[in-house]
Design a protein around this ligand. Structure first.
Ligand code: GTP
Ligand code: MG
Length: 195
């Protein structure tokens, strides 16, 4: 994918603010601090267009990035942030679920998991939602550079088992440091945004 332009459009806090031109959208879902914004930056080859942070819970809105005047990346609020109130958590869950279930231009979701740790209950729940809403999904196991190569397969297997991924589910091992997995991810995006 050749990136000709990438611009931040809006941090939406309600559905009324979503863009209306009908361009396809690809959303990024995953735990807070897992590396959603970093993946966007890597794909568009920019250091910090999508704001990243070592403080979890930074992205609390639906952040829209317009790519090549052709489609949008939608950076979803990260789930599983322990330090927020239960009330706020429920609000986020409702907001995300509403978007995933009702957004007609949503073409697919990149679901990001930290390859270092076993998937959490919330990771499993998110994947179940995506399946339930019949959304084309790419599972990305990120931060591959943080564990040794010899550990990769064991960790990937654990993700597959815990999240009950069907054999047909595509999973890509990724690292923003090494760029591994990037060609497979951009290929998936190219294919899914056309459908
Ligand atoms: P929220 O917006 O808070 O939900 O977080 P996020 O999912 O957007 O994560 P973000 O991209 O901000 O990354 C969180 C931290 O993980 C940052 O310090 C990143 O530099 C780091 N990080 C992300 N991806 C990778 C990776 O592939 N390898 C390594 N080593 N660090 C990564
Ligand atoms: Mg973020």
């Amino acid at each position: 994918m050749i990136i000709k332009s990438a611009e931040f459009i809006i941090s939406a806090v309600s559905a009324k603010q979503y863009p209306e031109e009908g361009l396809p959208e690809i959303a990024l879902a995953g735990r807070s601090n897992v590396g959603k914004s970093s993946l966007i930056n890597k794909i568009i080859n920019r250091k910090n267009l999508a704001r990243t942070s070592s403080q979890p819970g930074k992205t609390q809105t639906l952040n829209y990035y317009k790519i090549n005047e052709e489609f949008y990346f939608v950076d979803l609020p990260g789930y599983g942030f322990a330090k927020v109130s239960k009330e706020l958590r429920n609000k986020w869950a409702e907001f995300i679920e509403d978007y995933l279930s009702k957004r007609e231009v949503l073409q697919g979701v990149i679901h990001i998991i930290d390859v270092r740790h076993p998937p959490t209950g919330e990771d499993c729940m998110m994947y179940d939602w995506l399946t339930h809403f019949k959304l084309p999904t790419l599972v990305v196991a990120t931060k591959a550079d943080k564990i040794s190569r010899g550990q990769w397969q064991k960790h990937i297997k654990e993700i597959k088992v815990k999240m009950k991924l069907p054999a047909s589910q595509q999973l890509v091992l990724f690292s923003k440091e090494t760029g591994q997995g990037l060609p497979e991810i951009t290929k998936w995006i190219e294919d899914v945004k056309k459908d």
